[in-house]
Design a protein. Structure first.
Length: 213
C-alpha cells in the first residue's frame, strides 16, 4: 500500500509540474506578443483626385516595367521598429500637433534603389520639411540623410537604362505633373516590412485628418 501511495503522490506531483510548465509557456507567449516589434512608417496621403490620377500612372508603369502595387503616398517618417501600441500612441500624438500643409511637385526623378526607383520629387519647402521633423521627433526617428520628400510611382529593381526609360514614360503619360501643388490633410500609419518586396504584408493601421482651418 505504501508503494501505491508513493506512486499516486509522484504522479500527482508530475501533473502539478506539467500544469505549471503549461501556464509558464502561455505567460511567455503573451509576454512575447506584448513586446513584439514590427516596422512602421508614417505616410502623407494625397487628395483623392490626385491619388486616382497617380494610380493610373502607376498602373501603366507597372504594366511595362513590373513591380508591386502600393498606395500613392509621401513618406513622412521612415521605417522604424516599434510595438503596435507604441506606434499607435506616437502616431496619435504626432497628428494632434500638426496642421495640413502643401506639397508641390518639382519633377519626375529616379533613384538608386528599389523603393526609390521612379518618383515625383517634391520641393523641400519649410512646411514640408517641418512636418516630417515634427512627426520624426514624436517617433524618435533619426535619419542618416536629409529629408527628401517624394511620391513614389514605381518600386522596382531596374538598370539605369530601364529607370531612364520609365522616367521618360512617366513624363509622356502625364506631362502636367511638374509644378502641381496639392494639400496634404491626411496622414496614415502603415506597417511596412521593408524586407517584403511583394508588399503583401504591408498594412494600414491608422489614419488621421489634419486641421485645415
Amino acid at each position: 500500500m505504501s508503494l501505491r501511495r508513493y506512486l499516486i503522490r509522484f504522479l500527482s506531483l508530475l501533473g502539478i509540474l506539467g500544469f505549471s510548465l503549461f501556464l509558464f509557456s502561455i505567460s511567455m507567449e503573451v509576454g512575447e506578443a506584448q513586446i513584439k516589434k514590427d516596422v512602421y512608417s508614417v505616410w502623407a496621403l494625397p487628395p483623392e483626385d490626385l491619388s486616382a490620377r497617380v494610380k493610373k500612372l502607376m498602373v501603366a508603369l507597372r504594366s511595362e516595367f513590373g513591380g508591386p502595387q502600393f498606395e500613392p503616398h509621401v513618406t513622412v517618417v521612415g521605417a522604424i521598429g516599434l510595438t503596435e501600441a507604441e506606434a499607435r500612441d506616437k502616431f496619435k500624438s504626432a497628428c494632434e500637433g500638426l496642421r495640413a500643409y502643401t506639397g508641390t511637385v518639382d519633377k519626375v526623378a529616379i533613384g538608386t534603389f528599389f523603393y526609390q526607383c521612379v518618383f515625383l520629387l517634391l520641393h523641400p519647402t519649410d512646411e514640408v520639411v517641418k512636418a516630417s521633423a515634427h512627426c520624426s521627433d514624436h517617433f524618435g526617428f533619426k535619419s542618416s540623410s536629409p529629408y527628401m520628400p517624394h511620391l513614389s510611382i514605381l518600386y522596382a529593381d531596374l538598370t539605369d537604362e530601364e529607370k531612364k526609360k520609365a522616367q521618360e514614360r512617366a513624363i509622356a503619360l502625364d506631362e502636367s505633373l511638374s509644378g502641381l501643388s496639392f494639400q496634404i490633410s491626411r496622414l496614415a500609419l502603415y506597417k511596412t516590412d521593408t524586407e517584403d518586396k511583394t508588399l503583401k504584408s504591408w498594412e494600414k493601421m491608422a489614419e488621421c485628418n489634419l486641421e485645415t482651418s
